[in-house]
Design a protein. Structure first.
Length: 465
C-alpha cells in the first residue's frame, strides 16, 4: 500500500557541525474579486484587511538543507504543492523530499483551482482563480530561494507550551444520543464534547549567535475560520506574527502551521458572547502569541546530530456510493451557488459523492512526510484536515522529544476522521472522501517513519508497494 520515497535527508553529521537558518516571506495576496473558498456558496474578495504570505524557513546542517513552508491558504492541492517543490528543487537544489509545504487553512484567502471543485465558477471569476493558482508555486519557490539566500549561523531551541483556552472540540454528544456539529451556543441539548482537544503550542526558535531572533515556527491545533466575510485576511496568525515581531524585531519571520484540528474550532458553546470577526481573530492571535512567547523564553537547545527525513505515499480507500446516490448528487450539486441552492447538508453529501465518482475507483494518494532535526525534534506533515485524536496518537507514539504535526501539508484530501467518528456521523464524516480506517493508516505510517528516523537509519530505501 505504501511507497517509500526517501528515508534519509542526511547521513550522520558531527554534533558540533554548524547549524544555519534563513527565513523569508513573499506576498501572495490575491487580486480584487478573486474567488474565496471555505463555504458552500461563492464569494469574491472585497478589500484586504491584512496581506497573505508564503513563508519559508530553510535550515542547513552538515551541508544538507531542508525547507519548511506555510501559506495563508485554505488548502494546498497536491498538484500545486508538487509544482512548487519541483521549482524549488530546480532553483535552489533542495530536493522535494526535503521540502514540507503546508496551508494554514484560512477561510479568507483565495481559491486554488486544481481538478474538480464544487464552486461552478465561470467567466472572470474562473480566470482569476486559474491565474492565481498558477502564481502560487512561483511565489512559494521565491520564498524558499530568499530564505536560502539569507542563511546564516544560528542556534535552534524548541519547547512545547500549553494553551487550553482557545480551542474546542466542535462535535458534541446531544441529549437524544446523536452527535452534532457546531450545535450552537448555550444549546440546552448539549451533554458534553464528543472528543478531546490538543492544547499543545510547539515552538521552534532560531536565533543568531548573538541572540537576535531570526525565525519562529509555531504550531497549534485550531481551525482558521474566525474572521468570515469577504475581506482578505490571514486570520489569527496575522496577529500572532505581528506580536512576535513587535517583541523580537521586524526581522523575525514567524511561520504558523495548523495542527491536527479537523474536529476543533474556536467556538466556546458555554458562553453567548459573539465569536466572529477581526476582533475575535486578534484576541485569539494575542493569547496564542503570549503562549508562544512564554514557550520560546523557556525553550531548550535542540540536540545536534543527524538531519533526516522520510516521505511515503499510500493509497487511501474511497467511501462507497450507489448509482442512485450519484444521480441524486448530480442533481443536487447543480444548485451550488444559486439562490435556490439545496440545504447545506445535502450540498456537503452531494459534493463528496460527485468527487468520489469522478475518481472512477482510483484511491486517494496520501503523502506522509517526516523531517527530523537532530534526535529531539521532528515535523510530521499530513495531507488533510486530520481529527485531533489522530494527531495526538502520533505524538504519543513518537520517540522524539518534540513532535510537531502539521495538517494540510503537501496536499489537501479533505477531512480525515478517526475510526470512531464514522459511526457517529455529522458534518466532517459526511464530507470525508476517504473510507473508515484511513486516518489510522496515516498514523501507522507516520509512527513507522518516526521510529526509523529516530533509530538513525542512514540507508536509502528503494521504492516498494
Amino acid at each position: 500500500m505504501w511507497r517509500t520515497l526517501t528515508l534519509v535527508l542526511a547521513c550522520a553529521c558531527a554534533l558540533q557541525a554548524q547549524v544555519s537558518v534563513g527565513a523569508a516571506a513573499v506576498d501572495i495576496t490575491p487580486p480584487p474579486g478573486a474567488p474565496m473558498p471555505g463555504y458552500y456558496y461563492n464569494r469574491g474578495g472585497e478589500g484586504v484587511h491584512d496581506p497573505l504570505h508564503a513563508k519559508a524557513i530553510v535550515f542547513e546542517h552538515g551541508g544538507v538543507k531542508a525547507a519548511l513552508v506555510a501559506c495563508d491558504l485554505i488548502g494546498l492541492p497536491a498538484a500545486v504543492a508538487e509544482a512548487a517543490r519541483a521549482r524549488i528543487e530546480r532553483e535552489t537544489g533542495i530536493p522535494r523530499e526535503r521540502v514540507m509545504i503546508s496551508a494554514t487553512h484560512t477561510h479568507t484567502g483565495a481559491l486554488l483551482i486544481s481538478g474538480p471543485n464544487r464552486y461552478n465558477l465561470e467567466g472572470e471569476a474562473l480566470a482569476l482563480a486559474r491565474q492565481y493558482t498558477d502564481s502560487v508555486p512561483v511565489k512559494i519557490a521565491e520564498a524558499v530561494a530568499k530564505a536560502r539566500a539569507a542563511l546564516r549561523p544560528a542556534r535552534v531551541r524548541a519547547g512545547i507550551g500549553q494553551e487550553p483556552s482557545l480551542t474546542f472540540n466542535r462535535r458534541f454528544l446531544m441529549s437524544d444520543g446523536t452527535i452534532a456539529w457546531n450545535p450552537g451556543k448555550r444549546n440546552p441539548r448539549i451533554v458534553r464534547p464528543a472528543g478531546p482537544i490538543d492544547a499543545d503550542v510547539p515552538v521552534v526558535w532560531w536565533e543568531s549567535e548573538k541572540g537576535e531572533a531570526l525565525a519562529a515556527y509555531v504550531n497549534y491545533a485550531l481551525h482558521l475560520d474566525t474572521v468570515g466575510g469577504t475581506q482578505v485576511s490571514a486570520d489569527y496568525p496575522y496577529t500572532l506574527a505581528k506580536l512576535l515581531g513587535a517583541a523580537h524585531g521586524e526581522q523575525l519571520v514567524t511561520l504558523f502551521t495548523i495542527g491536527a484540528a479537523g474536529n476543533l474550532n474556536h467556538i466556546d458553546v458555554s458562553t453567548a458572547r459573539p465569536q466572529k470577526g477581526h476582533g475575535e481573530a486578534a484576541r485569539i492571535g494575542t493569547v496564542l502569541a503570549a503562549a508562544a512567547l512564554k514557550t520560546a523564553w523557556k525553550a531548550e537547545p535542540a540536540a545536534g546530530g543527524r538531519r533526516q527525513g522520510a516521505s511515503a505515499v499510500g493509497r487511501l480507500p474511497l467511501r462507497p456510493y450507489t448509482a442512485e446516490d450519484l444521480a441524486w448528487a448530480r442533481k443536487t450539486a447543480a444548485t451550488f451557488g444559486r439562490k435556490d441552492a439545496a440545504p447545506f447538508n445535502d450540498l456537503v453529501r452531494a459534493s463528496r459523492i460527485e468527487e468520489i465518482a469522478g475518481r472512477e475507483g482510483k484511491p486517494l494518494e496520501a503523502e506522509v512526510q517526516v523531517i527530523a532535526l537532530g534526535s529531539d525534534l521532528a515535523w510530521v506533515g499530513l495531507p488533510g484536515e486530520i481529527f485531533t485524536e489522530l494527531g495526538r496518537a502520533i505524538k504519543l507514539a513518537s520517540p522524539f522529544r518534540y513532535t510537531i504535526v502539521a495538517e494540510l501539508a503537501n496536499g489537501s484530501l479533505g477531512y480525515v476522521p478517526d475510526r470512531k467518528a464514522y459511526g457517529e456521523g455529522a458534518y466532517e464524516v459526511e464530507s470525508a472522501r476517504c473510507a473508515e480506517g484511513s486516518g489510522e493508516l496515516l498514523v501507522e505510517k507516520a509512527v513507522e517513519l518516526l521510529l526509523k528516523l529516530h533509530a538513525g537509519a542512514d540507508a536509502r530505501v528503494a521504492g516498494t508497494e
